[in-house]
Design a protein around this ligand. Structure first.
Ligand SMILES: [Zn+2]
Ligand SMILES: [Zn+2]
Length: 309
């Protein structure tokens, strides 16, 4: 079964080839109000075939452990198989970029807890912003991120869930805006096979990678492949950017209303190299998720019979 295949994190690699399954790994960030299992109902209801969730309140350090019932309600949900893959996004308080601070200790604890929760829910990857150096400088910050990831991996040796470092817009002192920085982290950690990368289209655009120019997406993904390696990519965040190219401002916008333009998303949906990479919308939406439904419809309409890429 393809579903269980994708949940085996050791096999968590993009499959390259002729397959044109982009529309089969498409979804959005789904609220978990009422419990994590409720997200499956919501995601399946709006036609997601992939989704992203928070495994605890994203603005708090810690959470009450899941009960066995909560875990079972999620992993054995009758609609679970409608979703080919479920990924998670880590909480926003976590910062691995500054050592010897109270928040660093809390960050390690919080991230460890999130990994355990993801593992319990059989979630293959946990998207994490690499961190902020808060004035100490990029190199010092990257060094601290590398050491922190090594610590986390050593403390949780048997966890299958992989941390997926997300490309960032580079706002303030956020690390991860340059592909080189992500490559440096991958090269620096003791267990690079335990790391993955998540590329956010709005973030890379704001960071200066021009997805809006002619063949822009093709060029940016080629650059990503050369510097980081597409084999590390485990998820895409499909977001438009309200902020300008190179502005380093992180503002998501709905598709068709931002500065990137639809051509980049059309290319992404047809790139055979990206066909089995989950594509997750993190764009503005109301409670009924109508904007997600419209965006998924638009993205699916882009898929041509013969993919390129
Ligand atoms: Zn993110
Ligand atoms: Zn994102």
């Amino acid at each position: 079964m393809i579903n269980s295949n994708l949940l085996t994190t050791d096999n968590w690699r993009p499959i390259t080839g002729k397959s044109c399954a982009s529309s089969s790994y498409l979804g959005s960030h789904i609220p978990t109000v009422g419990g994590v299992a409720k997200a499956i109902d919501r995601g399946a209801d709006i036609g997601c075939t992939a989704m992203q969730i928070f495994v605890k309140n994203n603005m708090q350090w810690l959470a009450k452990p899941f009960s066995d019932e909560e875990v079972k309600a999620f992993t054995q949900h009758p609609l679970r198989s409608k979703l080919k893959v479920v990924i998670a996004h880590a909480g926003y308080l976590i910062n691995l970029g500054v050592e010897k601070s109270e928040n660093h200790e809390k960050s390690l604890q919080s991230l460890g807890e999130e990994l355990v929760r993801c593992d319990q829910l059989e979630i293959p990857c946990l998207v994490l912003h690499p961190g902020s150096h808060l004035g100490a400088g990029v190199e010092k910050g990257l060094h601290c991120v590398i050491q922190s990831l090594d610590t986390i991996h050593a403390e949780h040796p048997s966890i299958k869930t992989r941390i997926a470092l997300e490309t960032t817009a580079g706002q303030g002192s956020c690390l991860g805006a340059r592909f080189e920085e992500l490559a440096e982290i991958l090269a620096g950690v003791k267990a690079p096979d335990r790391l993955r990368i998540c590329l956010d289209t709005a973030h890379v655009f704001a960071a200066g990678y021009d997805l809006s120019e002619k063949n822009g997406a093709q060029k940016v993904f080629k650059q990503f492949d050369n510097i980081v390696g597409l084999q590390h990519l485990c998820a895409l965040h499909i977001n438009e950017s309200k902020a300008a190219l190179g502005s380093r401002v992180d503002r998501h916008e709905n598709l068709g209303q931002g500065k990137i333009g639809l051509d980049a998303f059309r290319w992404v949906m047809n790139a055979s190299k990206l066909a089995t990479i989950p594509k997750i919308l993190e764009t503005p939406k109301g409670k009924d998720l109508a904007e997600d439904v419209a965006a998924m419809k638009l993205l699916r309409s882009f898929v041509k019979k013969n993919s390129q890429g």
